[in-house]
Structures are given as structure tokens and as C-alpha cells.
Design a protein around this ligand. Structure first.
Ligand code: GAL
Ligand code: ZN
Length: 671
């Protein structure tokens, strides 16, 4: 998938180290110090010109490239490769002063002002015209520069401006809907407008899902998400087209595969970048930020079709945009980086090189902190750099996984919509719950799209796949019938891609495969739990499930449905469908997943535990590497034989991984 444009990847060897660099914030004397320090730190790749627009174009059509020229020459002369931004992420103040119509509009009809960043409507032709004129200049000027090895389109497209409800966006939404549905009758049927007197008779009557008094139309909202993701992808495509006319360097943009951003359906974006790149920040608002990092890395690898990918941004220490911005503990930055590498990244980059003394991100960490280089942070950077150099030979290998997990942005949008049975059931929580227990079992997971070819997997996890098309459901059911094993969790297979409920008993898409039929949901208040006949507890959700061909593995002993099955197992064709009808406590969930893992003969990559020890393998036809990352507080021993690369020492049978340490073993070939 990654090489579909035929441009390949940036011409860089090994596992590269990089960063965002904002020389426009500093004087040329600091640049010299920066480049000298970058050389010391072994920085391979530097992203520049991400927010350069107001610097490059002081008034419409008046460009000044002197400063950028100088920075590019300086980096290139010092052997540092350039990841060149198109500078369109944040328009200069003059553009919105002259054209306030480019400013985005929120669902309540209020405009957002400039003064932050990304204050532009993704559908604005005025923004587009000015942005592409700039990209044309940048691409023409630097497209053949030998130092420019990668293009960085905009920055985190849709981070702040994903959903714009202005009149221009409304018109673009209508055009998108005409394309999707062809006739107004088809739209009426898809949107279920017979409900609440919403039938449209003319395209002009259709609005984006602006703020309403009561709940809005769920399919209108779902389609607006799809439209908005496509509108931003179109912005990417428009810039990429210009870049590809002037340059042979690969083109990418930084995705945001992370827990707090959900507006872009990256399955549809991934085929359009030459290499998949992601930004990831540990989110301390989550129960297990480290496990979420692993999940995001596995999903990013999925987007890359299993090919190596780039971590475009992470923080060296704290960020500045969470309620409490935790500093990283000693070794944590190295462990986080190595988790990304273990899970398929061949490039580790940071936001940002030097901590700024001013601006909205003045408290955001950097490779060079406010305190300078006589610091713990800087020594950790040097150490990371040394480790990555020792892992050079790992580059290009692929992660080994026998288990897949199906992930869907439209299911996220639809399952978390208004008017659902329980607002305490959230898509990503349910995905993380299953993923985290598989991770504790030592099972490496490939995250795949609905509709993906599952034939290579022994086991497929399907958490909360609420909205699923007939075609994608058939793919899953046929995989099981052909001998596969699927674990499906509650609130999956409920609706189709239009968010219309599948009738005849839940979960309509998977009822036969699972051998069950459900008449009614019994969500319960968060905090309330019910007992299970096999021990353990459940909560949040129950269903009055009837067995058709499945057998019950455990039943409720109390709660709303005593005696009713909570977990089932069904033989379907040559395979097995497991169903988890409630939110199990983590131990019980892991027990069920363990049974599935064992039945499906999934080989664990690492030991079972509390998730504090991650073991992942990367391999190619000839070599195999074991990554062991110990986030815990005690030393662990793992069976391994080969050569350890971080400490450069032979391993004969037992690998010791101290508390907080990382180890990478080139394993001797299996006999
Ligand atoms: C990213 C962004 C960077 C910087 C960083 C701070 O979202 O691309 O420019 O703002 O977050 O964590
Ligand atoms: Zn708009």
C-alpha cells in the first residue's frame, strides 16, 4: 500500500531520529548552535516550514524565501535531511483579514477567530487558492533540492478545524451528498427522513447538522463526518498534486491516530500518502496511556498495510495541553520510542527541537529544553540516538502477528452518537478493553479495516463494531465459516453503514455466526456490577440473549438478567464465534480471550502479565528481532538466544530485562 505512488520512501538508512524545527522563532546565531547540536545528537531528519506561511508571504503574492533558503542550505551542508512542510497549516493574519469568509463556523453558527492556528474552512475555495499558490512556490523552489527527502503536507489536517458548518461547507456537503446518493429520494431513504417530518424535496434544503433543539438526524451526522474527512483528504490531495508535479520526493502528512482525535477516517486516507506518518502523545487522561500508545502504533501499522511507518511527532517530556502535563520518568522516552519501533516504526521524530520562550506552547517539552543541554533530558536524547543507531539493521522488517482487531471510524462516530442506549458505552473504551487484555496475554495484534482480508489470521477481535455494511459483515462471517475464530463484543453488528438497525434480533450482522439472538438491551448505571456463574463480575450492559446454536460459557447470577448467558461460543461452519454480551471485569475478559487464543492456537509473542512487559517481534525472510520493553519495577527473564543489540552482548537462553529497560535481540534462526 505504502509504495502505491511508486515514489517509495525517504532515502534514509536505518531507524532515523528527527524533529520539528522552527528556526523562524530564533536568530541565525542560534541556528548555528542548533545544527551543531543536531549533529552531536545524530539527528537525521528535520521537519521545517510547518508554520512558515506568514513568514514566507507577507502580503498576497509577495514571497520572501531568503530565510528558508538559508536554513535549508545550512541543514543540507551539515548532512541533515529535510522533511519540508508546505506551510499551509496556519494562514497569515492578512488572509483572514481580507477574507473573513475562510474562518470556520461551529455547529451553533458562530465563527472562530484567528489568533490560534488552523483557522480555515476545509471547503473554502479562497483558502485553497491561496494555499496552493504558496505550495506551488515552495514546490518549484525546493522540489529538486537534494536535501529535501520528504514532503510534509500541511500539519495534522483536521486537528482543530475538522468540522466546519459554514455556508460554503454546506454547499460542499450538498455536492458530496449528490455524488453519494444521486437522487434526493435515495438520500431521503438513507437518512430515514420519514421520521420527524424531515423529508427533503430539494437539495438546497439540506444543511450540515447544525445545532438543533432536539437530537439531530443520526445518518445526517454520520454522513457529515464522512464528508468532513473527505473534504480534508481533498485538501491533502490538492497539495500533493502540486508537489508531485515539481518533485519526485515522497509525500506524506502527519496523521493523528490517538485517543482524543476521531474525525478522520484514515483507512480512506492511507492509500494517498507515500509513507504513513503518525503523531502520538501519551494521554494521561486515560486509564492506561502506555497501552494506548501500543494500540495507536498497531493501528498506524495497519494503515501502512504492515509496512514500516514513521512516528512524526511525540514529546520528549511533557505536553502543555492536558489538564495535568506529566513529565516523563527516567527512561520513559526511550521506552515509548522503542514501543513505536517494536510495532513497526522505522523513524522516530519529536515535536520539537528547541523549547520556545514564548507562544501558546512555551511550556511544551523539546529535545533542547529551556534549561539547555546540561540536562537529564538532553542526555536521554543522546542515549536514544545511540540506541537507534544500534538498531539500524532492524529497519525494513515487519511485525509478526497472528491476531487481528477490526477498527472502524464510522462505528466510532455512530456508536457514540446521541440517543443511544447508554452514554457510558463508548466505542474506543470497548476497543481498548479488548486490545489491552490481548496485550496482557502477550499477543501481538494487527489492527485492520472492516472488510480487510482476514485469511492470514488465526483470531479476529471485533469490539463494538456497531455499524457494519453487508459486504464487510459477510467477509467476517465467511472468515469464521472457513475455519476462523472471531471474538465479538456487545454493540457490534447492530446497524448498517447508514446507521439503520438490522431487524429480526440483535446483533443482526452476526446473529447466525454467533448462534444467538437478542431481544433487548439492559444497560445499567456505571459502577453497578453483576455476578457471573464462573466467578468475576460484569457491568454497564446486559442483553436478554437467547441461544440458538451457541452454548453459554457463563451466565449472570444477579443483576437485571439472572440466569441469562453473558458469554457464548458457537461453532459456525469450520470456525468458532465467541460473543461477549457485557462489559466483563478485566480478569474475566482476559480469561475469555485466553480461551479463544488457545482454541485458535495463537502463539503468544511474550509472557502473560499485567501489561508492564511488552514483547513484540519484527522479522523478514532471514532475520528475526525480539523487542522486550519493561515498563515495570522488577527485572524479568525471557527465553531468548541470539545477540542483544542495545548492549551488544550474546544471549544464551535467557534474556534479563531490568526494570525500566529495553532489550532487542537478533534471534538465532529457529532450528
Ligand atoms: C501537535 C502539533 C504540533 C504541536 C504538538 C504539541 O498536535 O502538530 O505542532 O502543537 O501537537 O503537542
Ligand atoms: Zn466551512
Amino acid at each position: 500500500m505504502a509504495d502505491h505512488q511508486g515514489r517509495g520512501r525517504p532515502a534514509l538508512a536505518g531507524i532515523t531520529l528527527g524533529c520539528d524545527y522552527n528556526p523562524e522563532q530564533w536568530s541565525p546565531s542560534v541556528w548555528l548552535e542548533d545544527v551543531a547540536l543536531m549533529t552531536v545528537a545524530g539527528i537525521d531528519l528535520v521537519a521545517i516550514n510547518i508554520f512558515g506561511w506568514s513568514d514566507l508571504e507577507s502580503q498576497p503574492g509577495r514571497y520572501d524565501f531568503d530565510r528558508l533558503d538559508a536554513v535549508i542550505e545550512l541543514l543540507h551542508a551539515n548532512g541533515i535531511a529535510i522533511n519540508l512542510g508546505t506551510a499551509t497549516a496556519s494562514p497569515p493574519p492578512w488572509l483572514s483579514a481580507q477574507h473573513p469568509e475562510i474562518l470556520p463556523v461551529a455547529a451553533d453558527g458562530t465563527r472562530r477567530f484567528p489568533g490560534g492556528r488552523q483557522a480555515w474552512c476545509p471547503s473554502s475555495p479562497v483558502y485553497r487558492r491561496h494555499a496552493l499558490a504558496l505550495v506551488e512556490q515552495v514546490a518549484k523552489r525546493y522540489g529538486r533540492h537534494p536535501g529535501v527527502v520528504l514532503w510534509h503536507v500541511s500539519n495534522e489536517l483536521g486537528c482543530h478545524n475538522a468540522l466546519c458548518y459554514c455556508d460554503v461547507s454546506a454547499e460542499a456537503f450538498r455536492a458530496w451528498l449528490r455524488q453519494r446518493y444521486g437522487t434526493i429520494a435515495a438520500l431521503n431513504s438513507a437518512w430515514g427522513t420519514a421520521f420527524w417530518s424531515q423529508r427533503y424535496h430539494d437539495w438546497a434544503e439540506i444543511q450540515p447538522p447544525r445545532a438543533t433543539l432536539s437530537a439531530g438526524n443520526p445518518t445526517q451526522i454520520l454522513d457529515f463526518h464522512r464528508f468532513s474527512s473527505d473534504a480534508l483528504l481533498d485538501c491533502h490531495q490538492a497539495e500533493a498534486e502540486v508537489l508531485r508535479r515539481h518533485s519526485d520526493a515522497p509525500v506524506t502528512t502527519n496523521f493523528m491516530v490517538t485517543a482524543h482525535i476521531r474525525n478522520l477516517d484514515y483507512w480512506s486516507w492511507a492509500p494517498h500518502v507515500d509513507i504513513v506518518a503518525n503523531d502520538h502523545y501519551l494521554d494521561h487522561r486515560l486509564d492506561d496511556p502506555t497501552a494506548e500508545l501500543s494500540f495507536a502504533a498497531d493501528l498506524t501499522r495497519g494503515l501502512s498495510g504492515g509496512e514500516p511507518w514513521m512516528l512524526m511527532e511525540q514529546a520528549a517530556g511533557a505536553v502543555n495541553w492536558q489538564p495535568y502535563n506529566l513529565a516523563k520518568t527516567p527512561g520513559q522516552m526511550l521506552r515509548n520510542s522503542l514501543t513505536h519501533v517494536a510495532r513497526g516504526a522505522d523513524s522516530i521524530s519529536f515535536f520539537q527541537w528547541r523549547a520556545a520562550p514564548y507562544g501558546a506552547e512555551k511550556f511544551h517539552s523539546a529535545l533542547v529544553p529551556h534549561a539547555g543541554t546540561d540536562t537529564v533530558a538532553w542526555r536521554e536524547v543522546l542515549h536514544l540516538s545511540a540506541v537507534l543507531k544500534r538498531l539500524r539493521e532492524v529497519a525494513g522488517t515487519r511485525v509478526l502477528a497472528d491476531t487481528a482487531l477490526v477498527f472502524s471510524w464510522p462505528s466510532w462516530w455512530a456508536a457514540d452518537g446521541d440517543g443511544r442506549p447508554s452514554e457510558a458505552v463508548r466505542y474506543l473504551d470497548q476497543v481498548h478493553a479488548v486490545y489491552n487484555e490481548l496485550r496482557k496475554l502477550g499477543v501481538t495484534v494487527d489492527v485492520v479495516a472492516p472488510g480487510a482480508d482476514l485469511s492470514a489470521y488465526r483470531l479476529v477481535a471485533i469490539p463494538c463494531l456497531y455499524a457494519v455494511s453487508d459486504a464487510d459483515a459477510t467477509r467476517i462471517n465467511e472468515y469464521v465459516a472457513g475455519g476462523g475464530h472471531a471474538v465479538v463484543t456487545f454493540f457490534s453488528g447492530i446497524a448498517d453503514e447508514k446507521d439503520h438497525i438490522r431487524l429480526g434480533g440483535y446483533p443482526g450482522a452476526f446473529r447466525d455466526m454467533l448462534g444467538i439472538s437478542v431481544e433487548e438491551f439492559f444497560p445499567s448505571e456505571p459502577g453497578r456490577t453483576f455476578g457471573l456463574s464462573t466467578g468475576g463480575r460484569a457491568g454497564l450492559w446486559a442483553e436478554n440473549l437467547r441461544l440458538t446454536t451457541a452454548t453459554a460459557l457463563t451466565r449472570y447470577t444477579d443483576g437485571p438478567l439472572p440466569g441469562v448467558p453473558a458469554v457464548t461460543r458457537n461453532t459456525y461452519g469450520d470456525g468458532t464465534g465467541w460473543y461477549i454480551a457485557t462489559a466483563l471485569d478485566t480478569t474475566t475478559l482476559r480469561d475469555v480471550l485466553r480461551q479463544a487464543v488457545e482454541t485458535a492456537w495463537v502463539p503468544a509473542t511474550g509472557p502473560e502479565g499485567d501489561g508492564s512487559v511488552e514483547v513484540v517481534r519484527r522479522a523478514d525472510g532471514e532475520r528475526r528481532y525480539l523487542f522486550a520493553i519493561n515498563h515495570g519495577t522488577t527485572t524479568v527473564e525471557l527465553p531468548a538466544t541470539g545477540h542483544e543489540l542495545v548492549d551488544d552482548q550474546p544471549i544464551t537462553g535467557t534474556l534479563r530485562v531490568g526494570a525500566g529497560q529495553v532489550r532487542v535481540v537478533r534471534e538465532d534462526r529457529a532450528r
